[in-house]
Design a binder for this molecule. Structure first.
Ligand SMILES: [Zn+2]
Length: 293
């Protein structure tokens, strides 16, 4: 299917952004910008040709990343699986690329939200990637596999219960194939875990280096492009907003300094671009679009 995979090279690594589908969110202004003052939000949205009163729905892309380093075939995140009728495209899209789940030797899970771990298990509840070592931050694993306290999230109780149930169902079956990290670690040569807590207690991002090229996979440190322009506006799903905002500043500074290619899981497909300093914040420059200002 068109526009569900995007190939690029980073140094000597062959990379593919693989779509798992997309999901429409209602009430996007509340979900993405919980603490935004109304007047300022209206103004920011207008810059993106959006009207706050009429902005009822936002279609969020779900992107995973496949990296073939020559020695390893690695995936970052496994999509949402059967969470929604519009998700679960990851495996068919990988197969269309000639990649079978057995070929993948490493899976990095950036965090325990359903849209990043949903492809961990198949319809029988067994690990989808039988030969893979799954890698996750220890605090993240411990949080979701115990009885997580989601009291601080500004979302419905039903949503909180669903998050916990989904995490249990999709994490516990991979326990036998799991490596937990408690510090920043090179997972395979050229691919490093970067701590990025805030969105969740052990949210982790991934820095990929090959030759003199770098990619920073920021996962959910930003969910919408306006999070670059207004980096202090957090989302209803950020468990620790203050940490999420600090982490975001650090990651965007890092990406800008290193001129790294950035992958943001939920940005429009292929979710790749560069971040450019603008005023107190940054702005998104999608890949393939030439800078005009
Ligand atoms: Zn997400």
């Amino acid at each position: 299917m068109a526009n569900e995979t995007f190939h690029f090279r980073l140094g000597t690594f062959n990379c593919v952004v693989v779509s798992d589908g997309a999901v429409a969110y209602s009430d996007p202004a509340h979900i993405f910008f919980v603490n935004a003052p109304k007047k300022r939000l209206e103004k920011e949205l207008r810059k993106h040709n959006l009207d706050l009163e009429r902005w009822k729905q936002y279609v969020s892309q779900y992107s995973s990343l496949l990296i073939d380093t020559g020695q390893h075939k690695l995936m970052v995140d496994t999509g949402a699986g059967d969470l929604e009728p519009t998700t679960g495209r990851l495996i068919p899209n990988l197969r269309a690329e000639g990649i079978a789940p057995d070929d993948i030797d490493t899976i990095i899970l950036t965090h325990g939200h359903p849209d990043h771990i949903g492809g961990n298990i198949d319809s029988q509840g067994k690990p989808t990637f039988p030969n893979a070592r799954y890698v996750m931050w220890r605090d993240e694993w411990d949080f979701w596999t115990s009885e997580p306290n989601l009291a601080k999230l500004d979302v419905d109780e039903g949503v909180k219960e669903a998050l916990i149930k989904f995490a249990h169902n999709n994490l516990l079956p991979i326990q036998g194939q799991l490596d937990l990290l408690d510090r920043e670690t090179e997972i395979v040569p050229g691919i490093c875990a970067v701590a990025a807590l805030g969105h969740t207690p052990g949210h982790m991002t991934v820095e990929v280096t090959s030759g003199n090229e770098q990619l920073l996979h920021v996962s959910d440190a930003v969910l919408h492009q306006i999070h670059l322009e207004q980096p202090d506006w957090y989302s209803a799903f950020d468990l620790s907003p203050e940490d999420a905002v600090n982490t975001r500043h650090q990651l965007l500074t890092r990406a800008t300094k290193k001129k790294a290619l950035v992958l943001a899981s939920h940005f429009p497909f292929p979710s790749l671009g560069y971040v450019v300093r603008k005023g107190e914040g940054w702005r998104w420059q999608p890949i393939g679009i030439t800078d005009s200002d």
